[in-house]
Ligand binder design. Structure first.
Ligand code: FPP
Length: 245
């Protein structure tokens, strides 16, 4: 995945859901002698590219890992900048996203976010709730293990109340209590910057997803990279544990 290839995507086999771990903002900035926040700013522009690319390709869901529950460990100034950048981005882009038929939704522990941010997220979700062209899920203060713990807690509460028989608990019992309930699992998960980890992102949902690690740093990501990733996805054979035909 190091060079750009011409797009050869087959429309019939486009992934329904693409998830992206946007990584490499800091290294992009460092390589240019810029502060890390400059990398995040350019990263926000790459988000526009990813969204446009998904619309062009007919991808139904795009999930972006914008801030993990572990990212609070970063210097306070960087965390504060990321929160501000996100708010600025949502305010600036909301009209265009809504006009393009994008439904925006946020997953993660929003109770831990600044109140002002929480209100903005709610507003963005309400404004775009009826849109159906692309579902843009932004993971903010998100951690997959916490999401799974919460789902288990909900099941336990219902079991104690006698509404769930423990013998009947199955995969659907968990999937329907995740924050992504009702959304198809990612077919393709992309991580940029050469790192090859899931970093506590959508651990349940990517069980059968194709994983694609690109060397490109996130601020350099364009819709051409997305096309290239989809092309590679289309060349892979997904067997879900079965044998080849
Ligand atoms: C990882 O790069 C990136 C992040 C933790 C933040 C991602 C945020 C954005 C792209 C900003 C805007 C987002 C939206 C949805 C509008 P890193 O800082 O870990 O890079 P490094 O590994 O090179 O240090």
């Amino acid at each position: 995945m190091s060079t750009l290839a011409p797009a050869i995507s087959e429309p019939a086999n486009v992934p329904r859901h693409v998830a992206i771990i946007m990584d490499g903002n800091g290294r992009w900035a460092k390589a240019r002698g810029l502060p890390r926040i400059a990398g995040h700013q350019r990263g926000a522009e790459a988000v526009r590219e990813a969204i446009k690319g998904c619309i062009e390709l007919g991808i139904g869901v795009l999930t972006l890992f914008a801030f993990s529950s572990e990212n609070w460990r970063r210097p306070a100034a960087e965390v504060s900048h990321l929160m501000t950048l996100l708010q600025v981005y949502v305010r600036r882009e909301l009209g265009e996203l809504a006009g393009a038929g994008v439904r925006v939704s946020f997953i993660g522990d929003r109770g831990g976010l600044p109140r002002e941010t929480q209100e903005l997220l709610r507003h963005a979700e309400q404004e775009t709730a009826a849109n159906r062209r692309l579902l843009l899920q932004v993971a903010l203060n998100y951690g997959a293990r916490r999401e799974l713990v919460e789902a288990c807690r909900k099941i336990a509460i219902e079991a104690v109340a006698g509404r769930i028989d423990p013998a009947q608990i199955d995969e659907a019992s968990i999937a329907t209590r995740l924050e992504t309930a009702g959304v198809p699992d990612p077919d393709l998960l992309i991580r940029t910057s050469g790192e090859k980890r899931l970093s506590n992102f959508l651990l349940w949902q990517v069980a059968y997803g194709e994983l694609l690690f690109m060397d490109t740093l996130w601020p350099d990501f364009t819709r051409q990279h997305l096309r290239q990733a989809v092309d590679e996805f289309q060349q892979r054979e997904r067997r879900y544990g079965a044998v080849s035909a």
